[in-house]
Design a binder for this molecule. Structure first.
Ligand code: GAR
Length: 209
């Protein structure tokens, strides 16, 4: 009934969201094919986890890379192409991938790239979102899974989950509670995309029945 999408996950570190996605794909039979996990850092812990799921891993090292952003992203594209991943059949999940993608890359894979952000967007985009939330004094924060457009954390929103900010909350404690929600929200967004349950209209994501 639908084309099976090929899933690529981009990470930089721990890979706990990647783990949650791969686990859900396996356990909940989400109709998507996990093809490759790509890290910009050779030391990323997530690489070992990916291999345990039998998913291929690739490193496109960003440290010391001499070219510009688009030149780096073309190296990512080369890896995707090598695995038969195209703009027509792909879902690319950014999961703690700590690099900004070039407008050229984003245009090429329009509405195929997802990101997770540890705040209720449009509040607290960018780095240290949990710290920003605590410093601001909001009573709720949480996480957002969204399509990537060429702004920073600005694309169409698919799933959000709320977390109450407690009295005297610490950045560490809040981060941990948000992360638990991330691990549910990201697989849910992947499922919605894989099952073709959503349609992007401008900056709105509509749910289809
Ligand atoms: C997650 O909390 C994710 O929301 C955040 O990095 C962490 C990665 O953890 N992403 C951002 O802050 C993006 N601006 P993980 O490697 O264990 O999934």
């Amino acid at each position: 009934i639908y084309i099976l999408l090929k899933l690529a996950i981009l990470i930089s570190g721990r890979g706990s969201n990647m783990n949650a996605i791969l686990r859900a794909v396996k356990k909940q039979n989400i109709p998507i094919e996990p093809v490759v996990v790509i890290s910009n850092k050779p030391s990323a812990k997530g690489l070992g986890i990916a291999r345990k799921y039998g998913v291929k891993t690739e490193i496109v090292e960003s440290k010391g890379f001499q070219g510009n952003r688009w030149e780096y992203d073309q190296k990512i594209m080369d890896v995707l192409t090598k695995y038969g991943i195209t703009s027509k059949n792909c879902l690319i999940c950014l999961a703690g991938f700590m690099r900004i993608l070039s407008p050229e890359f984003i245009k090429k894979y329009k509405n195929c790239i997802l990101n997770i952000h540890p705040a209720i967007l449009p509040a607290f985009p960018g780095l240290d979102a949990q710290k920003q939330a605590i410093n601001y004094g909001v009573k709720y924060s949480g996480c957002t899974v969204h399509f990537v457009d060429d702004g920073v954390d600005t694309g169409p929103i698919i799933v959000q989950a709320l977390v109450r900010v407690k009295n005297d909350d610490t950045e560490e404690a809040l981060t941990k509670r948000i992360l638990a929600k991330e691990h549910k929200a990201y697989p849910e967004a992947v499922r919605l995309v894989a099952q073709k349950k959503i349609k992007v209209v401008g900056r709105n994501v509509k749910f289809l029945s």
